[in-house]
Design a protein around this ligand. Sequence first.
Ligand code: NAD
Length: 503
Amino acid sequence: MTALTDNLTKLDGYLARFRPHGIQNLIAGETRPAASGSVFDTVSPVDESVICPVARGGVEDIDAAAQAAKAAFPAWRDMPAAERKKILIRIAELIEARAEEIALCECWDTGQALRFMSKAALRGAANFRFFADKVTSARDGQNLRSPTLMNVTTRVPIGPVGVITPWNTPFMLSTWKIAPALAAGCTIVHKPAEFSPLTARILAEIAHEAGLPDGVWNLVNGFGEDAGRALTEHPAIKAIAFVGESRTGSMIMKQGADTLKRVHFELGGKNPVVVFDDADLDRALDAAIFMIYSLNGERCTSSSRLLVQDTIADEFEAKLIERVNNIRVGHPLDPETEIGPLIHKVHFDKVTSYFDIAKQDGATVAAGGCRVGEEGWFVRPTLFTGASTDMTIAQEEIFGPVLTAIRFADEAEALQVANDTEYGLTAYVWTNDLTRALRFTDALEAGMIWVNSENVRHLPTPFGGVKASGIGRDGGDWSFEFYMEQKHIGFALGQHKIPRLGA
Ligand code: NAD
């Protein structure tokens, strides 16, 4: 038996449980169909087959979930930190125990290659462990003594929060949002992306099994325009943690305005990888390829613009073309596969539309630029060369395995091009000149920058973007700035003089 057939057999076993009833919502600890009885199908991008029906939640389901989260909030907030910590650790353990199931289901639902998804499941567990460790200090504050007052601050959880997640690496991203929310003492309503609902259901089940009290974690599936919208408008929901497209973020801000929602946005990117001629070019090549073609390029932090110094551009691009043409596109459950199919036909149509746009703009399709096979949403990894910063392919987030290469003459031009985008999520800089690295990163407009490295996530560091790439930061203590309120209490140290009116 090959590894692929072995994985397909295991997947079949894991999916069997979804077939009788499909994926239902989880509200107040109860598995429920949508109140309206509506469902939609989740479809595998590998062969376009229907995986199972999914409850299509709407206003009524969101209301029930938000009320459940509100009712569960005081007891969860007040549960001793050590007990909450134990539950989060238990969630991490159960994720680890079901890592294979999560990885296989996620690959089938999203088209992501197993080689990356098996690690993503474990990263989800690591997120819970990391925030479990922070539970006991989450409420800590400061002592800011003044001459007359002992001023102390303490942090309190903001209340029930809505978590809205996208279809790219949905499992890992959901844990990244939900773990700090629970650690802070918030209760949640999770609305996962309609294109990839499988692992959100598994995750909610795990939380239930780990002993999370009913109503602390509610799951409502559905579409953005109904379930998503209702969540952002619900008065019981105090904040919305959202990961997705910049224009959806803008809609959410408007939808949440009437109820004064606090928002945290992780949005799109058009991230540059800047390669200077003094860099270690072999390592820069490995990193540039990894950061755009891994995870099908469906990755907010992908290095989708290659800025390469003209003195080395011919050599660098020639090596790049050779490597890109060698990337293995195939079945996501085959451990050899490096790129699987894109998530959905709608997204496939979007990504492939840029193949013509690139030519119309005057760029060269140096590799790829075509579909693979006739079933499923597979594309060849693609490289556009001869591009300039004003082209559509250099400005719009394509969100697929598509790299746009732009040449630059000197540092000033590299900086101008790197910053010439509405986005500002990540940037990658390759140079061995330390002073230049300092100067250049200081001027780059990005929330996260790596020098001589690919994106290596370290959980205590702040994660987030500037410009149209986001609002707020995740990671370490920064997550608690969103999920918690600061409270100040001043205690008089003695009988200081109080202004006397009307005396
Ligand atoms: P999307 O914005 O289309 O959808 C994301 C989620 O929002 C889904 O659950 C969707 O149902 C919901 N939604 C849609 N309309 C809504 C509305 N009006 N009200 C409430 N909810 C609504 O994004 P996507 O296509 O699923 O994901 C890809 C995008 O996510 C890319 O732009 C990518 O860069 C971005 N992303 C950013 C980060 C980051 O950390 N910055 C991480 C991952 C993905």
